[in-house]
Design a protein around this ligand. Structure first.
Ligand code: HEC
Length: 156
């Protein structure tokens, strides 16, 4: 009787252990699947930002946002890009034509206005440069661009 009970217990324990191992395996598989499906989605989400960047910004600021020494400032790790949203939106709406210091380098070349882009395009490209190109800042919505545009700082 005793040995039978002991045997029975250990079988239950073994079954339990197997059950938990199976659960762990399922959990790992699920998270791997979730992760690999989640990845392309998060980059695919901002295809608009990527295409606007490639069409309108890349020629000067370069594909990696590194800029061109003494010609075009970088977009990586600059306070203009990762800092105040309103100032950043205004740079795109109005262009920029004043001496600026970016990462200890002085730049003074004019950048044209991109106010012809839609609020959605501007939001997408600014979200792209704030969250990619080595930056980890917050995104910008089309509504935020609309508000800044309405405040009337736009000169065409
Ligand atoms: C013709 C080249 C050119 C193009 C195209 C261009 N820029 Fe610029 N950008 C510049 C220059 C030059 C400056 C510095 C302006 C100054 O010194 O007043 C600048 C400055 C900036 C700045 C502020 C400084 C910094 O590096 O943080 C941001 C942000 C910026 N550009 C984003 C963009 C975005 C986004 C686009 C595309 C929509 C774009 N630029 C397209 C040349 C360009």
């Amino acid at each position: 009787m005793m040995s039978k009970d002991g045997f029975g217990k250990s079988r239950i324990l073994k079954t339990n252990a197997m059950f938990y191992r199976l659960l762990t395996l399922i959990f790992i598989l699920l998270s791997v699947t979730f992760f690999s499906f989640g990845q392309p989605k998060s980059t695919a989400k901002n295809t608009l930002g990527i295409s606007v960047y490639q069409q309108y910004c890349m020629s000067c600021h370069q594909a990696d946002g590194g800029g061109v020494p003494r010609m075009t400032p970088p977009l990586t790790g600059t306070s203009f890009v990762t800092g105040d949203k309103k100032r950043l939106i205004n740079i795109i709406l109005n262009g920029l034509n004043e001496p600026i210091v970016v990462n200890d380098e002085e730049y003074y070349n004019p950048m044209a206005s991109f106010s012809f882009l839609t609020d959605q395009q501007i939001a997408a490209v600014l979200t792209y440069i704030r969250t990619q190109l080595g930056n980890k800042s917050t995104s910008i919505t089309a509504q935020e661009v609309t508000v800044v545009r309405k405040q009337g700082a736009v000169k065409k």
